[in-house]
Design a protein around this ligand. Structure first.
Ligand code: HDD
Length: 700
């Protein structure tokens, strides 16, 4: 098998359609074109001539540039990287890529939103797709997951209904990228199996800070099969090294305007900067004998196995270290398929998974215009492909020899691999039953796990969930739909239902007990802080002429050493003059950015008594927004004055020199001069914590 480096080079070459050495413009036939600024005309002011084959070819090619966008997950961002196992998983699976820690398997990952079209904004409230193609030595393996561990429906036959309901409404194609509309909630209120995924959708998981800071889940229970043919149920988990972090709804909405590409820009920039995102792959393993040991059905994709019940065992790590060369060729044309499995990984009878195993191949046939999409560089396996499948649109292989089996004229090739060797062998599960169109009774409990999710949330997470329900249902015109949804919530948790009912103007349901008292602490964002580092966090330093240069330098050096990205923002681009008389470069002008694009803000001081940025309304708004969104705020010297001018309710600020005060994620020190070690440590700590809840209001 080619090394990852060779593979990278090979892929690069494959994409590089242009002559790498450069050269003059040509037609698609390689005929040189003198220039492409004027079409061929009969006289200087005469009509364009049909004879102009370059003009016709150029326009025709342009007219055909678009392919249908994905019916769901249309908007995405992708990257290449590699996967390496920590140790051999031979006890559970014979999959070659899970055997040897010394073997790196190349991967391509595509992250996506679900509802919105290709040009929609990134920070909408939605599920995020997390699809990984492993180019293994035994063929391609696709783990096509999401950042939620559960799905909205239990049987794929309902997928078109669910997608029609969540997509923009059919009469006016509104809303774009959003779930807050009548048809989705009508469906939800009539289909309680959606409730568990809906709880996730209303949580902060649905507005990730970064693709690099979200979990991924295979969702279904799959099956590992070892070399002896023994099966083990398995659920897949991706855990980000940087921890799981989210936006708050208000900023997510503002981000849609400030930077609709917020998440994909973040992924791209991090990889370009050499800050390669990393996830650990973990598995929950359930012996076959324990298939019925749970109070839910393992085949039901609306259920999780609580991590406290079956711990997640880390088996390897994935690093994304290369951006695509061409968005269309790679990210758009990549074709995932749940049925792309390798020996050692098999399916279960989860009815949603079975449906997916049909749908993905089917959709690529129309989306990519024919059956030969596996030949596209991004889809091409590194394992050799030999079969008698032939022809079709866009065939780019030149096959020779016979095209049938058995044959003698072709030497019997390609020969059968034969059972038992390296060939894929379907797990010999015993199946028998009557043909029925009916949901299993073991799939009927729709309330216990949504209740468990709710019970597992910290108070601030619960608060955000209530606010999300109020927002979403508040956008629903049909009061009957609002009321019906609240009735279902009452079966999840009485307090949740009452809180939502109060916000959306429907009768409060009678107080009810939670459907389940159980909790899974692993579900709370509080337990998903990752490595606790501040790597790649974006820190804004608000500067102006006269700013205390020593302060900026001391903070910049420390934060950069911790891997954070520090940017100096001023009223205008160019340079500012520091208190030391030196000029400093401004990274961005305040009117071109906003607080929602940063993770934290620092207000350095100026000459004693002058809060240097207080006079700039953009700067004041920046700080106010950062504060309202729970972001870390640091202020030094007279910079503290900007904060105190906002009169933050109940917040303690430093009032005397040499005194660092850290309160609710706000770290202040009124001392002039370089930041003290104590200040820097406290500021790094509050940035690592990401957000700080429970702050009182500030003056608007
Ligand atoms: Fe799906 C795309 C994930 C249920 C049918 N799905 C798609 C993508 C992801 C998922 C990440 C985007 C892949 C990419 O980046 O190209 N889908 C899921 C998960 C599901 C799920 C985690 C539930 C556990 N999907 C699901 C069902 C069906 C589909 C039940 C149909 C029966 N999904 C599709 C599709 C898409 C797709 C229509 C659209 C574009 C594509 O496949 O390539 O076939």
């Amino acid at each position: 098998m080619a090394s990852p480096a060779d593979r990278k080079q090979e892929q690069r070459e494959a994409f590089r359609a242009d002559d790498p050495a450069g050269g003059p413009l040509t037609t698609d036939q390689g005929v040189e074109v003198d220039h492409t600024d004027d079409s061929l005309a009969a006289g200087e002011r005469g009509p364009t001539l049909m004879e102009d084959f370059h003009f016709r070819e150029k326009l025709t090619r342009f007219d055909h540039e678009r392919i249908p966008e994905r019916v769901v997950h249309a908007r995405g961002a992708g990257a290449y990287g590699y996967f390496e196992p920590y140790e051999s998983c031979a006890e559970f699976t014979r999959a070659a890529f899970l055997q040897d820690p010394a073997v790196r398997t190349p991967v391509f990952v595509r992250f996506s939103t679900v509802q919105g079209p290709k040009g929609s904004a990134d920070t909408v409230r939605d599920v995020r797709g997390f699809a990984t193609k492993f180019y293994t030595s035994e063929g391609n393996y696709d783990l096509v997951g999401n950042n939620f561990p559960v799905f909205f429906i239990q049987d794929g036959v309902k997928f078109p209904d669910f997608v029609h309901a969540v997509k923009p409404e059919p009469h006016n194609d509104i809303p774009t990228g959003a779930s807050a509309h009548d048809t989705l909630w009508d469906f939800v209120s009539l289909q309680p199996e959606t409730l568990h995924a809906i709880m996730w959708l209303m949580s902060d998981r649905a507005i990730p800070r970064s693709y690099r800071m979200m979990q991924g889940f295979g969702v279904h229970t799959f099956r590992f099969v070892n070399a002896d043919g023994k099966g083990t149920f398995v659920k897949f988990h991706w855990k980000p090294r940087l921890g799981v972090h989210s936006l708050v709804w208000d900023e997510a909405q503002e981000c849609q305007g400030r930077d609709p590409d917020f998440n994909r820009r973040d992924l791209w920039d991090a990889i370009e900067a050499g800050e390669y995102p990393e996830w650990e792959l973990g598995v929950q393993l359930v012996p076959e004998e324990d298939e019925f040991a749970f109070d839910f059905d393992l085949l039901d994709p609306t259920k999780i196995i609580p991590e406290e019940q079956v711990p997640v065992r880390p088996i390897g790590r994935m690093v994304l270290d290369r951006n695509p060369e061409n968005f269309f060729a790679e990210t758009e044309q990549v074709a995932f398929h749940t049925a792309n499995v390798v020996p050692g990984i098999d399916f279960t009878n989860d009815p949603l998974l079975q449906a997916r195993n049909f749908s993905y191949l089917d959709t690529q046939l129309i989306r990519l215009g024919g059956p030969n999409f596996s030949q596209l560089p991004v889809n091409r396996p590194v394992a050799p492909v030999r079969n008698n499948q032939r022809d079709g649109y866009h065939q780019s292989a030149i096959h020779s020899g016979t095209n049938y089996f058995p044959n003698s004229l072709g030497g019997g090739c390609p020969a059968h691999a034969g059972a038992g060797g390296s060939a894929y062998t379907h797990y010999a599960e015993r199946v028998d039953g009557h043909k029925i169109r009916r949901r299993s009774p073991s799939f009927q409990d729709h309330y216990s796990q949504p209740a468990m999710f709710w019970n597992s949330m910290a108070d601030w997470e619960k608060q955000h969930i209530v606010e999300a329900f109020r927002f979403e249902l508040g956008k629903v015109g049909a009061m009957t739909v609002r009321a019906r949804t609240v009735e279902h919530l009452a079966k999840v948790d009485g307090e949740l239902a009452v809180q939502v009912a109060r916000g959306v103007g429907v009768p409060e349901p009678a107080a009810a007990e939670a459907a389940s008292k159980s909790a899974s602490p692993a579900l709370s964002l509080e337990s998903l802080r990752g490595d606790g580092s501040i790597r790649t966090r974006q820190i804004a330093v608000l500067v102006t002429d006269g700013v205390d240069a020593e302060q900026i330098t001391s903070v910049r050096e420390r934060l950069a050493a911790e891997g954070a990205v520090v940017e100096a923002l001023a009223a205008t681009d160019g340079t500012i003059t520091g208190s030391d008389g030196e000029t400093y470069t401004v990274d961005r002008a305040l009117p071109t950015v906003a607080s929602v694009l940063y993770d934290a803000v620092l207000l350095p001081g100026g000459p004693v008594g002058t809060p240097p940025t207080a006079a700039d309304p953009d700067a004041v708004r920046f700080v106010r927004d950062a504060y309202r969104h729970g972001k870390p705020v640091g202020a030094l010297g007279s910079g503290v004055g900007v904060l105190s001018a906002l009169e933050p309710e109940g917040l303690r600020l430093s009032t005397e020199f040499q005194r660092v005060v850290a309160d609710q994620g706000v770290v202040t020190d009124t001392s002039p001069g370089p930041a003290s070690e104590e200040f820097l440590n406290a500021f790094v700590d509050v940035i690592a914590a990401h957000r700080h809840w429970g702050r009182g209001p500030v003056r608007r």
